[in-house]
Design a binder for this molecule. Structure first.
Ligand code: LAN
Length: 728
């Protein structure tokens, strides 16, 4: 077993000036059944044998040399130009790749684990990570926020500071001096939120005494108790699972001169003088989104006594550790070491280091699959929020192409067949072997968010996958690859997922009471303890079931009708007084309205026939900007009030337009102006440029969906033409 060596960071450069970065011309993206990994080619020979694709160059922000197109005169011409550009970016396995960045707390977990496990970071990766983090530092204060558009926080600044130090920047590098200044102004790293405390303690630069208890014995609770982790939101339980293991054993990297130095750099007071017991609930104000409840504080207080006891009862602790280890093993195997997300990815990897060592199969698999999370962009290398958004983006562009009459265009036949093939191979064909024991939702027939290998059912990904399949397969000239029995399996999965509040949640049904939110320990996120129903997921399932009955009218028909009826009740129930719906997975009210209005339209509830639809449309129209577009800021998600962006955004505009068109909003002018706005923002090459960040999770962290600027614009243009004819 290698242990973090003295030299690792210190001899690794300790740069006081910025290093030379890589040559972007040398990077290549490899795709294989949805898996996407970046490779740096060193020799001329290799580069000649594996030339860059347009997709590679586009992702890297390199000049493309694509032709200028005739200025479109109609919406469908604009959609065609858009796709003419976009189709060049399709990968050879049929999907569209893209960066899935935004959160600024993912790279640190990964790099800290590289450090602790003594795993060498390939130089091109190391250099490009440095470049990315330097590019993402806040211009004025040199710190980092929780996401790329947020203000500097202790969480972002302390973790990314440590990361850059591990990657080789010395404490005297100007960027480090500046960031450290900001960190100290914010009070230093003592007040870092819980997940930051965890990573710093694992690295050996924070004391475990300063971390609130994460007892692995929680996993012994019977499922009948709400507090059993099996009832939490799947992402939260799968983060607290490996955390419990590491915490339960209080595993920290051995102290080196490097970590000793970090202990000096991160704090405003001498490390030895810090009173760690007082730090457990110390969180900087700027970081705090969900303060601990009183009950949480009492529970934590009680648990610290329990921890003292557990230290004396190795049998009990070992039992807890065994339970967590079993679960970690199942999660790793079920997801082929991709794991459900980037936070647990690094933590599970760390567990395999301590448990099995660096020569083990498990450890090596984790190292290999790390690559699936890394993305090279114009600003350097980042860690994606999942191992990609492959299926999700593919499903949207497929439906957009059908709507915009591109799918039946002979010119694009090849693109559409490849796209359908990708959707076909991405459907999950089995249940995880231990699905009940690992508290998993069934997966047979589901579509995941990213790849089949990742192997997680998501309600709306299954729904969009099914809708896209049916839409493509119903297009004249396109083959049928997914047969009826497989479509039925997707329906079977969705029918297991409706909640008692009639809505659909993300990965599973709601298993625990929402009161569990009182025990949200993470401080920086909202609504993470249980599943919740969402208008987006509910609509997606409803629409998928409705498109399914067109191809298979008899199958489980009574249940399908009942599920649809109840979904609609949910959509109406969660509409706010002002006519809006809150969107949880993209920004924000415009996104949710697009879905909710679609639900209503599916039962012929339109502007003129339904008060719900009318109020939904009025809300949207109220927020149209003078330039004809809509521009919603991520602040909507945090604050729960519609917040304007400085600039109108093509993506929000497309969301809003699609909602209005679904609802048959009777006044053409606002819609026409919105379409005109989208057309004006289109470049001569047919592309739309990247604007503000599009997505969100847990209310407080934003995440990029760069493909939306193609899929939703093309979709809105097509839909406009379907309703009003192809002229503007
Ligand atoms: C995602 C990405 C996709 C998203 C949609 C399909 C868009 C949504 O409709 C349902 C929820 C889902 C699947 C989703 C859940 C939370 C994710 C996985 C993410 C936003 C991507 C990253 C995020 C994950 C939780 C990030 C890691 C952070 C933690 C708090 C663990």
């Amino acid at each position: 077993m290698t242990v973090a060596s003295e030299e690792y960071a210190s001899a690794k450069l300790n740069l006081s000036s910025t290093p030379k970065f890589t040559n972007l011309e040398n990077w290549r993206l490899k795709v294989d059944e949805g898996r996407q990994t970046w490779h740096y080619l060193v020799t001329e020979e290799e580069r000649l044998a594996w030339p860059q694709t347009i997709c590679d160059r586009y992702s890297l922000g390199l000049p493309l040399n694509v032709p200028k197109l005739d200025t479109p005169r109609t919406p469908l011409e604009s959609a065609r130009n858009g796709f003419e550009f976009y189709r060049r970016l399709q990968t050879k396995d049929g999907h569209w790749s893209g960066e899935y960045g935004g959160p600024m707390f993912l790279i640190p977990g990964l790099i800290i684990t590289y450090y602790i496990t003594g795993t060498p970071i390939p130089d091109p990766m190391r250099l490009e990570l440095i470049r990315y983090l330097l590019n993402r530092a806040e211009k004025n204060d040199g710190g980092w926020g929780i996401h790329i558009e947020g203000v500097s926080t202790v969480f972002g600044t302390a973790l990314n500071y440590v990361t850059l130090r591990i990657l080789g920047l010395g404490p005297e590098h100007p960027a480090m001096i500046k960031a450290r200044g900001t960190l100290h102004k914010l009070g230093g790293a003592t007040a870092i939120p819980a997940w930051g405390k965890f990573w710093l303690a694992a690295l050996g630069v924070y004391e475990w005494k300063g971390v609130n208890p994460i007892p692995p014995e929680l996993w012994a609770l019977p499922k009948a108790l709400p507090l059993c982790p099996g009832n939490w939101w799947v992402h939260t339980r799968l983060v607290y699972l490996p955390m419990g293991y590491i915490y339960g054993r209080r595993l920290s990297a051995p102290l080196t001169s490097f970590t000793q130095s970090l202990r000096k750099e991160l704090y405003v007071e001498p490390y030895e003088s810090i009173h760690w017991d007082s730090q457990r609930n110390n969180v900087a104000k700027i970081d705090l989104y969900t303060p601990h409840s009183k009950i949480m504080d009492v529970l934590n207080y009680g648990l610290t006594y329990y921890e003292a006891l557990a230290a004396k009862l190795p049998l009990l602790r070992n039992y807890g550790l065994k339970l967590t280890l079993d679960q970690i093993k199942m999660e790793d195997e079920n997801s082929s070491f991709q794991t459900i997300g980037p936070v647990s990815k690094a933590m599970n990897w760390l567990v395999t280091f301590y448990e099995y060592g660096t020569d083990s199969y498990q450890f090596k698999q984790h190292v290999e699959k790390n690559a699936d999370f890394m993305w090279m962009g114009p600003d350097g290398m980042m860690m994606n929020g999942t191992n990609g958004s492959q299926l999700w983006d593919a499903a949207f562009i497929a439906q957009a192409c059908v709507e915009a009459k591109l799918a039946d265009n002979l010119k694009y036949r090849e693109n559409m067949i490849k796209l359908l093939e990708f959707i076909d191979i991405t459907q999950i064909r089995r249940n995880p072997p231990n699905w009940e024991k690992s508290y998993r939702q069934i997966t047979l027939g589901a579509w995941p968010f990213s790849t089949r290998e990742q192997n997680y059912t998501v309600s709306d990904c299954t729904a969009e996958g099914l809708k896209a399949t049916i839409a493509l397969q119903s297009t004249p000239g396109l083959p049928t690859l997914v047969d009826i029995p497989r479509l039925r399996q997707a329906v079977d999965v969705m029918l297991t997922m409706q909640n008692s509040d009639n809505g659909f949640a993300s990965y599973e049904t709601i298993r625990g009471p929402h009161l569990l939110e009182l025990l949200n320990p993470a401080e920086v996120f909202g609504n993470i303890m249980t599943e919740y129903s969402y208008p987006e997921c509910t609509t997606a399932v409803l629409m998928a079931l409705r498109s399914f009955i067109k191809v298979d009218p008899e199958y489980r028909r009574a249940e399908i009708d009942e599920t649809c009826r109840r979904s609609l009740l949910y959509i109406k129930k969660v509409q706010h007084k002002d006519g809006s719906w809150y969107g949880a997975w993209a920004i924000c009210y415009t996104y949710a309205a697009m879905f909710a209005l679609q639900s209503l339209a599916s039962v012929n509830e339109y502007y003129e026939t339904s008060d719900h639809a009318k109020r939904g449309c009025d809300f949207l129209v109220q927020h149209q900007e003078a330039d004809g577009g809509w521009g919603e800021s991520y602040k909507s998600c945090e604050l729960h009030v519609y917040s304007r962006n400085e600039k109108s955004q093509v993506v929000n505009t497309a969301f809003a337009l699609r909602g209005l068109l679904e609802a048959k909003y009777p006044h053409k002018e606002p819609i026409r102006r919105g379409i005109e706005f989208i057309m004006k923002r289109q470049q001569a090459t047919g592309e739309w440029l990247q604007e503000s960040i599009e997505g969100v999770f847990n209310k407080n962290c934003m995440i990029s969906y760069p493909n939306y600027k193609f899929s939703f614009t093309i979709w809105a243009l097509g839909q406009y033409a379907s309703v009003y004819g192809d002229s503007i």
